[in-house]
Design a protein around this ligand. Structure first.
Ligand code: C2E
Ligand code: MG
Ligand code: MG
Ligand code: MG
Length: 282
């Protein structure tokens, strides 16, 4: 029976497994189509300091699927990574975000914002990644100081020399780097010390229970102290309550991102949010 199904068909005896595999294949095909038909959109999530100043935003991709509605990047980014589509998608994100930085450069409410863009490991590991970024900066005429790239600890330590080289070349141009989801991966402290980073990002999994779980509080505190001693900035993601914010501030963290301030917003809504903050209406 398996043979009759043809050479290119894989049959699993567990029907649930079969369903999962076909759903994945369908999603992969949809992902290819989506690239050609404008189904992606960038949302912007505000980043603020203690005193309520908006200093930046993180760019988060959204996929508006024609029949399934909004699909979370947590679902399709890993798929895009596995299929190699991430290089095209990642380029589009970088170009769109950098172009936005350029569009904002004459407007007081936006011109100083630092825009953080997530970069996947396989995107960063492309041979010409540095040239891609510098070409986009040239093309758009955006200020490189307003662009920050978020890397995760998933970056292979085996390639550390290459990672350092690429980061250094981009830093020379003025691009900044943040280490996302810090504490959830495996990076050693000696590795961390060598990366030319600007910022550590405390993962939301530690922030969530920071008030009730002493371990999470201890880890957050450690990240803050570590950032300080390495001369790096620190930001907490996933801040949802004023109590979490106060606690983080007491520990020495003074930059935040989370639902307490704003959810990730479509461009026009984010711009409204930024104007309101700038003019003291928020
Ligand atoms: P991330 O970079 O760690 O982004 C933070 C995630 O936390 C976002 O989820 C954001 O919507 C969510 N978040 C922010 N504040 C809160 C909060 O107060 N509470 C809770 N519960 N969640 C909060 P999102 O947008 O679903 O993105 C998930 C992940 O997908 C991102 O995690 C990032 O790793 C990846 N991603 C998103 N956009 C891109 C992209 O353009 N390129 C790449 N390579 N990865 C992306
Ligand atoms: Mg991020
Ligand atoms: Mg994160
Ligand atoms: Mg995270």
């Amino acid at each position: 029976q398996a043979k009759a199904a043809g050479r290119n068909t894989i049959r699993f005896f567990d029907p649930k497994m079969q369903i999962l595999v076909s759903q994945r294949v369908a999603l992969e095909e949809d992902l290819r189509d989506a690239m050609l038909s404008d189904q992606f959109e960038l949302y912007y999530q505000a980043q603020l300091t203690d005193d309520g100043k908006l200093f930046g935003a993180e760019v988060l991709i959204r996929w508006n699927h024609p029949s399934r509605g909004m699909i979370s990047p947590a679902e399709f980014i890993p798929l895009a990574e596995e299929t190699g589509l991430i290089t095209i998608l990642g380029y589009w994100v970088l170009h769109t975000a950098t172009n936005q930085i350029a569009t904002w450069k004459e407007q007081d409410e936006f011109k100083d914002l630092v825009i953080a863009v997530n970069v996947s490991p396989s995107q960063f590991h492309q041979k010409n990644f540095v040239e891609q970024v510098t070409d986009i900066l040239d093309l758009t005429q955006a200020n490189p100081l307003r662009l920050k790239l978020e890397l995760t600890e998933g970056f292979s330590i085996a390639n550390i020399e290459d990672v350092i080289k690429k980061m250094s070349r981009l830093k020379e141009v003025g691009v900044g780097f943040s280490l996302d989801d810090f504490g959830t991966g495996y990076s050693s402290l000696s590795y961390l010390k060598r990366l030319p980073l600007d910022q550590l990002k405390i993962d939301q999994s530690f922030v969530r229970d920071i008030l009730v779980d002493p371990n999470d509080a201890a880890i957050s505190k450690m990240v803050i102290v570590l950032a300080e001693s390495l001369g790096l900035a620190v930001i907490a993601e996933g801040v949802e309550t004023p109590e979490q914010q106060v606690f983080l501030a007491e520990q020495g963290c003074h930059a935040y991102q989370g639902y307490l301030y704003s959810k990730p917003l479509p461009l026009a809504q984010f711009e409204q949010f930024a104007r309101d903050v700038y003019h003291g209406r928020a």
